[in-house]
Write a protein that binds this ligand. Structure first.
Ligand SMILES: [Zn+2]
Length: 494
């Protein structure tokens, strides 16, 4: 009798000890604990709960419905007063076009905004304010506004940095969507995954006020959404050249191609295109440039003109006598490597099928498809990110090199000795600085820092997801173990 009692006491004591040891571990790792942390770190969206008042008679609902198609035109200086019980720490605005300078009043601070001509603009206010006032500039067109508390912003909130001071790679699409269709996995792989400074420069502008058919205000939003999706963080450069049509009736017919190019040369001033290319080469001093197919892929005259002006620019960008204004402003630059899409010499076929950690295991090819999906207005055309013919987004050729031919192939940066260039005095600081009281959004980080920051942020998110998953598994195992011990203890007592 005494022996049994003693045995039971020992069993109970052991059970209690195990339970006591496991409880804190269980609580620490439980999904409830993580959910709590998660809530602390995610920024709460306050758009719906905040009270907003416009000083004009325009419809507030047009800018709070999360639709770019409904918008208000600011015909006179207008105030948007915002009050929120939960403090506002950041404001996200979708403009129809660059709004010019405008201000936010928060407490006794005036935050200068619109400094970078961003069309998708996130303003980090810093502290949380229950009451702020936006002074919207005359002439601006505002599509949407969203408000956030402190914490990690949702993925679709685009916090752009200004264009790089110095880029590793310059990507030269002609139109919004070419960057995904014809340069394929370049941006997600080199920009989003490896963290290279990939600067995109568009040769045409879809937003220019114009009566032309190809003017389309939707496309700037699709362009930015697409770039952001594939991991680009530096705001693109977009020319002032309008989007004009010059398409060959048959892209396999050389005469038709020549006609399309001639048409583009009539529509645009070739010399202005060369000047634009030279200026951007000197401004960004890239190690690698990626340009279009000389035959304009599907025979687009503007694609062809883009490449022809690039070819010319490459031969003169190192000559200070040519376009001396940009030479004086930025210095000169001889681009080490230039690849053209579908170029027939020194060909490389890029492997865009490697799973990318920063995109949850999706490949660069898949991310190019995801990026192209953002170009909704273009889906009426029969185009897709492809692997064959003129749509093969893996096929490039080394058109020009100052560092020799590729030996291994498959890497645009082969033979680039970064240390050789990095020793040169490169000013990486962003020049567009803002006074103390201005917004802190596009931080004037060095390009190298931003290269790493992007990667770190995305990786952190991924690790956090993995932590939650592991915690769930641990929690389930511990609960099962506790239940087992309890049942065992009850059975022993009987
Ligand atoms: Zn195009």
């Amino acid at each position: 009798m005494q022996g049994i009692f003693h045995e039971k006491t020992v069993q109970r004591t052991v059970f209690l000890l195990i339970a006591c040891c496991m409880l804190p571990i269980l609580l620490y790792l439980s999904p409830f604990a993580l959910t709590e942390n998660d809530a602390d770190e995610s920024a709460e969206e306050l758009t719906a709960s905040a009270q907003m008042t416009l000083s004009s008679t325009q419809k507030l609902s047009d800018i709070t419905d999360n639709k770019i198609s409904t918008k208000i035109t600011i015909s006179e200086p207008t105030e948007l007063a915002i009050f929120s019980d939960k403090g506002v720490a950041g404001v996200y605005l979708i403009w129809d076009q660059p709004p010019g300078k405008w201000q936010i009043l928060a407490g006794d601070r005036t935050i200068e905004c619109g400094l970078y001509d961003f069309v998708h603009e996130y303003i980090e206010i810093g502290d949380e304010y229950r009451s702020i006032t936006l002074h919207l500039p005359e002439g601006a067109v505002l599509c949407d506004i969203r408000l956030f508390g402190k914490g990690i912003l949702p993925d679709d909130i685009q916090v752009w940095q200004p264009p790089y001071e110095k880029a590793d790679m310059l990507l030269l699409p002609t139109h919004a969507d070419d960057e995904h269709l014809f340069f394929g996995g370049t941006m997600p792989y080199y920009g989003g995954e490896l963290g290279y400074r990939v600067q995109v420069v568009y040769l045409t502008n879809h937003s220019l006020p114009s009566s032309l058919y190809w003017h389309d205000t939707r496309r700037i939003h699709e362009l930015l959404n697409g770039l952001w999706t594939v991991g680009i963080v530096a705001y693109p450069v977009i020319s002032d050249f309008p989007d004009l049509q010059s398409l060959a009736s048959d892209y396999r017919n050389p005469q038709e191609l020549a006609k399309a190019l001639a048409q583009a040369k009539n529509q645009y001033n070739f010399d202005e295109w060369v000047e634009f290319q030279v200026e951007n080469i000197r401004r960004f001093k890239p190690y690698v440039i990626l340009g279009h197919d000389v035959n304009g892929e599907y025979g687009h005259g503007a694609h062809m003109l883009n490449t022809e002006s690039l070819m010319k620019a490459l031969t003169i960008s190192a000559d200070p006598e040519q376009y001396p204004e940009s030479a004086e402003k930025y210095g000169v630059w001889d681009v080490p490597k230039t690849y053209l899409h579908l170029w027939h010499e020194n060909t490389v076929s890029m492997n865009w099928d490697i799973p990318l950690e920063n995109f949850g295991g999706k490949t660069a090819f898949q991310m190019a498809e995801v990026g192209y999906k953002c170009h909704i207005s273009q889906h009426i055309y029969n185009l897709a990110v492809g692997r064959s013919g003129v749509s093969d987004c893996r096929a490039f050729g080394l058109y020009r090199s100052t560092v020799g031919a590729d030996v291994t192939g498959g890497d645009f940066f082969e033979n680039i000795d970064f240390s050789e260039y990095e020793t040169e005095p490169v000013t990486d600081e962003v020049t567009t600085s803002s006074p103390d009281d201005t917004n802190e959004m596009p931080s004037s980080t060095t390009s190298k820092e931003s290269r790493n920051t992007t990667k770190t942020v995305i990786v952190t998110d991924r690790i956090f997801d993995a932590e939650i998953m592991i915690a769930y598994i641990f929690a389930i195992v511990f609960v099962l173990a506790l239940v087992g011990i309890a049942i065992y203890a009850i059975l022993i007592r009987r």
